[in-house]
Structures are given as C-alpha cells and as structure tokens.
Design a protein around this ligand. Structure first.
Ligand code: UT7
Length: 329
C-alpha cells in the first residue's frame, strides 16, 4: 500500500488595517512602550474594524491561500477554523466561512484549542488526508482578541492582537515532502492559568459576570511563561526523536508567537540559531491561533522556504494545550 502524505498547497494571511501602537497603550494603562518591547518583543498590534467579525477576516486569509493553491472553494472537502473568538456562540465561524466562500461540498467546524488551535487543526487535516477521507482541506486560524481583552488589565491587554492566517492542505504523491508527524498535548489541571471564566455554562452571561469582567481574558502570565519554557522544548525534542532527527536538522521554526522571549528561549535551549525562527510578534502581538499560519505565510511569500527544507512548528495556549509538528517543505 502506498502511503499518502499531506502537504501545504497554499498559504494566506489577513490583518486589519488599524494599528494600535505601544505608545497609544501608554495612554490607556499604566505601562511603557519600552516595558512592552523589552518583555515581549511587541511594538504594535492590529485591531479589527467595528463591522468586522472573525469569519470576515478568516475569509480574506482563506481566499489568498486558495488562490495560491489554485483550489476552487467548491473543491474543498473540509474546513477547520481554529478560534476562541468566533462570530457567535453558535453556529461555528467555520460554517459562515463555508457559506461566504461557496465551499458547498465541505463540512466545517471550529476547533477550540486557543493559541494551539491551528496546530491542532493542521494535525486533524493531516490525518483526514492521510486516510484518504479528504483531498482538499482549508485550515484557518482567526481571532478578534481585542473584543475579549480586559483593557484595564495591563498584564494582558498589551499582548494580544487581531488577525487571520490560512493554509490549504492536500495529498502529495512525493513521500519525501509534506507533514511528517504532529505531537499534541493538553493539561487541563492548568486551566485556570488562562481563562475567560464567564459567558459559558458555568457562569452564564449576567450583570454580575459583566460587572466582575468575567467575560474577559484573565491570565497568569508568569506561570504560563514558566510552563511554556518547560513543555515546548520537550515537544520539539519529542517530534525530532520520533523521526530520528536532531535539532541541527531544522531549517526553520514556525511558531505561535506569544512572546518573542519564549520563542527565543526555546530555540536557545535546543541550540537552534535564532535566525531560523520567523518572528513577526513586533508587528502583530499575540494573535492566538492566527499567529502560526501567518508566520508560515510570511516566510513562504518571502521566498525563505526551499523545497526539502525541514520546518518545525510549535504552539502553546490556554488549556494548557500545546504541541509540535515537523514538515518537509
Ligand atoms: O499564548 C499564550 C498566552 N499568554 C502567554 O503566553 C503569556 C506568557 N507570559 C508572558 O509573556 C510574560 O509573563 C508577560 C509579558 C505577560 C509578563 O512578563 P514578565 O517578565 O513575566 O513580567 P511579570 O509578570 O513577572 O511582571 C513583572 C512586573 C510586575 O511588577 P512588580 O510586581 O515586579 O512590581 C508587573 O506588575 O511588571 C509589571 N507589569 C507591567 N509593567 C508595565 C505587568 N504588566 C506590565 C505592563 N507594563 N504592561
């Protein structure tokens, strides 16, 4: 039996035009541009227009990825949107994307794994393609976190931004290319480190929930930082070991970007040169599930990814949920 591998056929990205700089944040909360840049690497982030919803941004990124892949939306079998900021609680943003694209054959669903959403979605798409159940899959990470951020909490509001990234995946006949393996993990015992506690079935929307800001992001940044620095190097080594590879084999690191220091510390520990990381957090902040596909798209369009290059992916987010993947470009 010949094995089928999945590969990236096209990438796309979209960021709203409104830029919110660190200097503007200095006027909102007790912070300084220097603190934000030193501690996170962020200089500015994008903020969605009032009339924009998550599916609108997802569609923009998806159209670019579909165009690059030369894929007609009607040929899509499956659409996964990684998001924690869907247009509405029900239905999924993915079905709204499906309708707007005219992807009539595709089944569509949202995936909730926070900042690891795109990595989880890529892994699911890979499995459907390998098993022959799907030939064309659209994976999108799209977030409007500016509407979930507590703009009075300087510890978290300076971090997040709005954007969308997309990839079209399909089978490749070339066994030397495509996704090699993905390694996903979760630890729900750490759920309280990063939450939006209100607005769900535990604490339904109420005046009390609103008054206590429980419908907004609550984060223990320092604990997440420590957790990420423990599990991300482990996940990267797990992916390498599973394939008999060493860190020196990696040509590019395409990572979720929560904090430039996290990404740099992880690669430093693995002795991977920092130049191999695609960093854009200075321009977008933490865009959760959008950040990994946007990074892939930027590196791709910049012509950095050469055929046969080994790409290591890593992501971590609320859950905690995290993982790694290896891809031969
Ligand atoms: O995708 C997953 C989502 N979240 C994350 O990945 C977050 C991961 N964590 C981080 O990126 C970092 O922990 C932060 C950037 C959130 C914070 O950086 P840190 O170096 O861990 O700072 P800290 O929390 O240890 O705080 C140091 C000081 C504190 O003051 P004191 O107690 O030392 O007087 C904070 O109150 O910095 C203060 N601080 C700020 N100061 C200026 C916290 N936020 C700010 C701020 N501006 N925005």
């Amino acid at each position: 039996m010949t094995l089928t591998y999945s590969h990236v056929l096209g990438t796309g990205a979209y960021a709203p035009s409104r830029i919110l700089t660190n200097q503007e944040l200095e006027k909102l909360v007790d912070t300084s541009s220097a603190w934000i840049t030193e501690r996170t690497g962020i200089k500015e982030r994008r903020i969605a227009a009032d009339e924009e919803a998550t599916s609108d941004m997802a569609v923009e990124a998806a159209r670019q990825a579909l165009a690059m892949a030369g894929t007609d939306p009607a040929a899509l079998d499956m659409i996964i949107v990684g998001t924690i900021s869907p247009d509405m609680p029900m239905p999924s943003s993915a079905v709204l994307v499906q309708a707007k694209l005219g992807a009539t054959r595709a089944f569509a669903f949202d995936l909730s794994a926070a900042c690891a959403g795109s990595l989880y979605a890529i892994s699911i798409a890979d499995q459907f393609i390998r098993s022959g159940k799907a030939k064309r899959v659209l994976v999108v990470g799209a977030e409007i976190l500016s509407r979930l951020v507590d703009w009075s909490d300087r510890g978290s509001c300076v971090l997040f931004g709005d954007a969308a990234g997309a990839l079209v995946m399909g089978p490749t006949p070339d066994p030397a290319r495509g996704f090699i393996s993905a390694h996903l993990h979760s630890d729900g015992s750490t759920a309280s480190m990063l939450q939006i506690p209100g607005g769900g079935s535990r604490y339904p929307q109420s005046k009390d929930v609103l008054a206590k800001n429980m419908h907004k992001i609550a984060m223990n940044g320092r604990e997440i930082y420590k957790f990420a620095l423990r599990v991300l190097p482990e996940a990267m080594l797990e992916a390498l070991a599973a394939n008999g590879l060493k860190p020196g084999a990696i040509d590019h690191v395409i990572s979720h970007q929560a904090n430039a220091r996290i990404v740099e510390s992880v690669v430093d520990r693995l002795r991977i040169p920092r130049e191999k990381c695609w960093l854009n957090i200075d321009r977008y902040g933490n865009t959760s599930s959008a950040s990994l596909p946007i990074s892939l798209d930027e590196a791709n369009r910049a012509g950095k990814l050469k055929e046969g290059d080994l790409i290591a992916m890593m992501a971590i987010g609320a859950g905690m949920a995290w993982g790694s993947a290896l891809l031969r470009w």
